[in-house]
Design a protein around this ligand. Structure first.
Ligand code: MLT
Length: 275
């Protein structure tokens, strides 16, 4: 277990939001500010990213470093999910509404596999349930090796930006493009490599979704090409109480691209959840 750094604000329904790759908890800030009158919004940095260290030995400006050096755990979304559960224990939160965007959705589904009783409601944003294909896995392992060899400056943002943001955002909102580039450039190479290997190893989560009978919202940017609306529809269909929301004018990261529309969809849904 590695202590995770998190940002917390607001009061009300406990809402834990897990971030996408290759960014950190700050991607949720636009949504957080729109929900904090209704929710206690808790956004962890996944181990190795943001201010959470990979092995607990080099606290990146947070909690306490481990007394003795730890080894780096094998890359796995199940390990990332165990970190989230450990954080909930520390915060004395037996149950929360759990949300995740893309990689954060993969980790949220891993929490659902491990401890469904802790999930009072599930918010899946621009993510998908199936495991990777062999080709996707190979690409991830190549990105992991390149990050370790070259660091994350320049190439990672160049490669990912066109896919992460929708065309409307890329063409008309240079400030969002600039903010996202800065978030990507801030991520340490070891954490980026670990996250890619963890995602490459993740299993299919469709059965976990089918088994979850709590309230579930699946939100997707209409312009998302990484996890497109069809993938969102499959998750909403698998979830017994799944509700699908498509967000116009957004790509893969609606918290940055369409925070008003995402917040407008989440507020009434959240209000109906009894944690
Ligand atoms: C993300 O946004 O977290 C990633 O694009 C997810 C992925 O690579 O599958």
């Amino acid at each position: 277990m590695v202590p995770v750094h998190y940002i917390e604000s607001g009061a009300g329904t406990p809402l834990v939001l897990l971030h996408a790759f290759p960014v950190d908890a700050r991607m949720w800030n636009p949504l957080r500010s729109r929900l904090e009158e209704q929710a206690r919004v808790i956004t962890p940095d996944q181990r190795g990213l943001g201010e959470s260290s990979l092995d607990g030995t080099t606290a990146r400006g947070m909690i306490e470093p481990a007394a003795a050096p730890l080894t780096v755990d094998r890359p796995s979304v199940d390990v990332a999910a165990a970190d989230v559960l450990e954080l909930l224990d520390q915060l004395e939160l037996p149950r929360v509404v759990l949300g995740g965007c893309s990689m954060g959705g993969y980790v949220a589904m891993a929490v659902l596999r491990a401890a469904p009783q802790r999930v009072a409601g599930l918010l899946l944003v621009d993510t998908k349930a199936p495991a990777d294909t062999d080709e996707q896995r190979t690409n991830r392992l190549n990105v992991a090796s390149r990050a370790e060899k070259e660091g994350t400056g320049g190439w990672l943002a160049e490669n990912m930006l066109p896919n992460l943001l929708g065309s409307a955002t890329r063409e008309k909102r240079p400030e969002v493009v600039g903010d996202l580039r800065a978030l990507i450039e801030a991520q340490p190479a070891d954490g980026v490599a670990w996250a890619q290997r963890a995602m490459a190893a993740r299993p299919d989560s469709v059965e976990a979704l089918r088994a979850f009978d709590g309230p579930a919202m699946v939100a997707v940017g209409a312009e998302d090409t990484i996890t497109p609306p069809a993938a969102a529809r499959e998750m909403a269909d698998a979830l017994p109480r799944g509700e699908l929301v498509e967000l116009a004018g957004s790509g893969h990261l609606p918290s940055l691209e369409a925070p008003d529309a995402l917040a407008d969809a989440v507020r009434p849904w959240l209000a109906g959840i009894d944690v």
